[in-house]
Design a protein around this ligand. Structure first.
Ligand code: 5GP
Ligand code: MN
Length: 352
């Protein structure tokens, strides 16, 4: 099939939309995949697209590389996800039989963790819908726009292009609203445009309850998560010369505070919220994978996507990226300290 790169930033030709419509006009076996460690945007986009494709009469499976946080498990149909870590053989069979595979909220197959090798081998048509920078070249249909707030906003625009926004039911609207809410930091980040807000408003009209979604996502702290946050804040180191703050959490500190997936979500933002700080990084030890997972956040024009690509085997967006280190925690922090001088002028010049 001819390769199509469709960016929402440019006006898509009617022909391009028609080819995909044609593909979806007869019943297909479809698999939808989010990235490893799926967040609100990944889970929300998969659930909403699943709702749409089921209405078109397709046989649709949602396969997640691994589990997702419990604060997303109230979403309608979130129980239909198949966890690749738990049922890899069943998932491999579904992938090998699929006519179409949608990759959502990631633009490189290595972001699907343990699913990378089976997806690389799959001889089928891939559709990527994603808002990260620098997409890889694995899909026949690429819907990529790094100016978008979230993949969930892109799903809404995708449905607009398909002339099918009337198919958005309240479960789909709730899932999309959730992804937009979480990926924009509650409509705070620069990626939140007037269009993002119009999409969110339309989703409310279609049944998304903004107050309830906010409460179910953010007002579900556990005492152990709050204690872990206390440890993280105590461990925070401020490097005023570099307008940088970083946080470490060791495996022991996680264990001592009954760590559950998702508990450290948002911790790095406390470091970034310091007045004058323009770059924040958190390092979280993961003994079972023998890595230190890291999240990077920035203000203004300081590009953590590039920094993560160059130093931490990762990437993401200009102001929010992730990555990892194979070194010990001590050596990882030393590495950060050794990297910073190269960015000193850039960090000094950030205008906020
Ligand atoms: P987080 O720090 O919340 O895990 O991720 C922040 C952003 O960077 C998210 O948009 C996420 O998808 C992206 N991201 C996280 N880890 C990686 C990674 O290893 N590689 C790439 N390319 N993006 C990542
Ligand atoms: Mn996203």
């Amino acid at each position: 099939m001819k390769k199509l790169i469709l960016t929402f930033a440019s006006i898509m030709s009617e022909d391009q939309i028609q080819i995909l419509k044609q593909e979806l006009s007869t019943p297909k076996k479809i698999v939808i995949v989010p990235h490893n460690n799926p967040d609100g945007d990944a889970v929300g986009s998969v659930i909403s697209l699943h709702g749409y494709l089921c209405q078109l009469g397709h046989q649709v499976s949602m396969i997640s590389p691994n589990d997702f946080p419990s604060f997303l498990k109230w979403l309608e149909n979130s129980d239909l996800f198949i966890n690749y870590e738990k049922e890899s053989q069943r998932c491999d069979a579904l992938i090998n039989e699929a006519d179409l595979i949608f990759n959502l909220d990631h633009n490189a197959l290595h972001r699907t963790g343990a699913m990378e090798s089976i997806l690389k081998e799959a001889k089928t048509t891939f559709v990527m819908i994603d808002h990260h920078q620098q997409p890889d070249d694995f899909a026949q249909f690429i819907f990529s726009d790094s100016s978008m707030s979230s993949t969930c906003e892109m799903i809404y625009h995708f449905l607009e292009m398909m002339n099918d926004t009337d198919k958005i039911n309240s479960a789909m609207a709730t899932a999309m609203y959730t992804g937009i809410l979480t990926d924009t930091g509650s409509f705070k980040y620069r990626s939140t445009t007037s269009t993002t807000l119009r999409v969110a408003a339309n989703l409310m009209d279609k049944g998304a309850d903004g107050e309830a979604i906010n409460r179910k996502i953010y007002d579900v702290n556990t005492p152990s998560r709050m204690k872990l946050l206390g440890v993280a804040l105590r461990n925070m180191v401020i490097l005023e010369n570099y307008r940088t703050a970083y946080i470490t959490l060791s495996q022991k500190e996680l264990n001592d505070n009954n760590f559950k997936k998702g508990d450290t979500e948002g911790f790095v933002n406390y470091a970034l919220s310091l007045d004058g700080i323009v770059f924040a990084q958190i390092f979280i030890e993961n003994e079972s994978e023998a890595i230190v997972k890291t999240s990077l956040r920035s203000k203004g024009d300081f590009d953590v996507n590039q920094l993560a690509r160059d130093n931490w085997e990762g990437g993401g967006h200009k102001n929010a990226a992730g990555g990892k280190s194979d070194l010990s925690m001590t050596a990882t922090v030393k590495k950060l300290i050794s990297i910073l001088p190269a960015y000193k002028n850039e960090l000094r010049d950030v205008v906020i």
